[in-house]
Design a protein around this ligand. Structure first.
Ligand code: ADP
Ligand code: MG
Length: 317
């Protein structure tokens, strides 16, 4: 099976969707944004052995490749529209491709995003790059830089669950349960993100650990924050699995794909009502301060927490 057959058999043939003037089959896709909308574009690469364990189910790889990008789109408050896929395969395995395409299109279909192009190559390991373009009302995109002293800080979902699931998969690739599901099938917070546009003052998607990603938001905004560890939500499944390390998973585990955001303190009730309408758990975990730096309190007592997060090529000391 050469790459042209792979494209035809597994990736071409999606129905036309609004805004697609030219889709798969030409040298480039031609897309038409609607009037008064801004485009938001994101891209993320998954490398076998680095972003997912070698041998992970192909459907989960396809799902994750789309979901991690949708999470970035959600953090901008945008609606996803079109995606491209650059796929590097070691061998053209039909069974693998069927599973991969199913996971990919399941995640895309739920979010209403259509595949409009890509690239298919052979290589030494599986590498999947998905790029998604979304749109949003002009000037409404959420940024990392808008948090102001006095704002309240929130986190969606249960941070640390996916890292707990990954730890279980690394010990046994056939492991299953609530935590493993959170790693294999992250649920991007698209509806919440869209409703936060115009309500939140700043937003980031948490992919490298809550502490490190909140720190990035604070640096971008030129502020600091104090987080109440007692308010950081720990799922029962994570508490059972990680025991006394559960808070460490919640603060430093990666792969959450949750939204961490700030909003004016007067809007706390509105934020919690919005979250309930989106059927998305959201917890109020802290407060933005004028003094830089991120501090953590437990029962009012300061706690030392590392805020460096994950970095691919290490960091200068
Ligand atoms: P080119 O020779 O211009 O690079 P290709 O032969 O690689 O074009 O691709 C032919 C068409 O198929 C293009 O429209 C391209 O966007 C699309 N395509 C290639 N690989 C994929 C893929 N994995 N998923 C979706 N579309 C793809
Ligand atoms: Mg070409």
């Amino acid at each position: 099976m050469d790459e042209f057959e792979i494209i035809q058999r597994f990736f071409a043939g999606q129905a036309d969707a609004p805004g697609i003037i030219v889709g798969i089959g030409d040298d480039g896709a031609v897309l038409a944004p609607a009037d008064d909308r801004h485009l938001v574009t994101v891209v993320d690469t998954l490398v076998e052995g680095r972003h997912f364990p070698t041998g992970l189910d192909a459907g989960d790889i396809g799902w994750r490749a789309v979901a991690v990008n949708l999470s970035d789109i959600a953090a901008m408050g945008a609606a996803p529209r079109w995606m491209t896929l650059a796929l590097t395969l070691t061998t053209p395995d039909t069974h693998w491709l069927e599973g991969f395409a199913r996971g990919l299109f399941d995640a895309a279909g739920e979010a209403g995003v259509v595949l409009v192009g890509g690239d298919t190559t052979g290589g030494a390991q599986v590498v999947v790059t998905v790029q998604i373009t979304g749109d949003i009302g002009a000037d409404l995109a959420l940024r990392r830089s808008g948090a102001r002293p006095g704002d309240a800080i929130f986190i969606s979902g249960y941070p640390g669950d996916a890292a707990g699931g990954l730890a279980q998969l690394k010990a046994d690739l056939s492991a299953h349960g609530a935590l493993v599901d959170r790693f294999r099938r992250p649920q991007p917070r698209l509806q919440l993100g869209r409703e936060l546009a115009g309500l939140a003052t700043a937003c980031i998607d948490v992919s490298d650990g809550l502490a490190g990603d909140l720190h990035k938001l604070l640096v971008a905004s030129g502020v600091g924050a104090s987080v109440d560890l007692c308010a950081v939500p720990i799922s029962p499944a994570l508490a059972t699995f990680a025991q006394e390390d559960a808070m460490s998973f919640a603060l430093h585990g990666g792969d959450d794909y949750e939204l961490c955001f700030s909003a004016s303190a007067e809007c706390i009730d509105t934020v919690l009502e919005t979250a309930a309408r989106c059927a998305t758990p959201v917890a109020h975990i802290g407060r933005v301060t004028a003094a830089r730096g991120l501090s953590f309190l437990r029962d009012g007592e300061p706690m030392a927490v590392d805020t460096t997060g994950y970095a691919h090529f290490g960091r200068e000391a």
